[in-house]
Design a binder for this molecule. Structure first.
Ligand SMILES: [Zn+2]
Length: 262
């Protein structure tokens, strides 16, 4: 798309931004469930309420320096936030490295932050809060419109909207057919995924969605094989939809072009 942009530089810069974004995703995942503001109050220990000092708030570094414990009460800080930060950094580096347009990078990194937060919330609480999906779309859509304008790819924007509508319709049909199979949050999330997959090309949409189902199938098969689940065990689909979308965004175009044309 934009010729000659330095993917290595974009990957490094994205990774650094990912540290802050991952920290924010962790705060969103933590507070949305308790219906607290994501801006106020300042971060605090959930056990003793002691506010975090500035040096306790550095992503990843603070966790290691504190030995994974609160500075005031010594209670073990769940490694969940650390995992969310590391996953966000990894996803940001991948997208910075692979995205074909540097203009679209801000929009895709906003979507990635939303996907990480939503995946974490769904994994833990089996729901996909609507405000998080809407907020992600609300910030990322104008950025995608801007990228389409700067690269003169209005047709990509059209495919993005069609992709969002098509994925919404397809998942809504599944939701109606098998109401217990997925929640309506999955339908909304599918629209978000379809839009940002679609901007990269119509063919990238099925790659991302298919990747989601493959990724979701693997742990399901493993749990069934280990006798730790029955066919009725409900697996959250959101994390796999998010992961499949990242796979589609980063590798969808390469997969499509390496596919043997018979
Ligand atoms: Zn504490």
């Amino acid at each position: 798309m934009d010729a000659g942009y330095p993917h290595a530089v974009a990957a490094v810069v994205s990774g650094v931004v990912g540290l802050a974004a991952g920290s924010f995703a962790g705060v969103v995942a933590d507070r949305v469930e308790r219906e607290e503001s994501v801006v106020r109050p300042a971060s605090h220990c959930t056990a003793c309420q002691a506010p975090l000092r500035a040096r306790d708030n550095i992503p990843v570094v603070s966790y290691v320096l504190l030995g994974g414990r609160c500075h005031a009460c010594g209670v073990r800080i769940p490694p969940r936030d650390l995992v969310i930060e590391l996953v966000t950094v990894a996803v940001f580096v991948l997208i910075g490295w692979r995205l074909p347009s540097v203009w679209a990078l801000p929009s895709y990194l906003v979507v990635a932050t939303g996907l990480v937060a939503l995946g974490a919330i769904d994994l833990e609480h089996h729901r996909l809060p609507t405000p998080v999906i809407y907020a992600t779309a609300l910030v990322a859509t104008p950025l995608l419109v801007l990228a389409s304008g700067m690269t003169d790819r209005w047709s990509s924007l059209a495919v993005a909207f069609i992709g969002a509508a098509a994925c919404f319709a397809a998942f809504f049909a599944v939701f109606l057919a098998v109401p217990k199979g997925m929640g309506f949050g999955d339908v909304r999330l599918a629209a978000l995924c379809g839009g940002w997959l679609g901007w990269l090309g119509a063919g990238v949409i099925p790659v991302g969605i298919l990747a989601a189902f493959v990724l979701a199938g693997l742990p399901a098969i493993a749990l069934l094989a280990a006798g730790r689940a029955t066919r009725k065990t409900r697996l959250a689909f959101g994390p796999f939809l998010a992961a499949g979308t990242v796979v589609g965004i980063c590798f969808g175009r390469a997969m499509l072009s390496s596919w043997p044309h018979l």
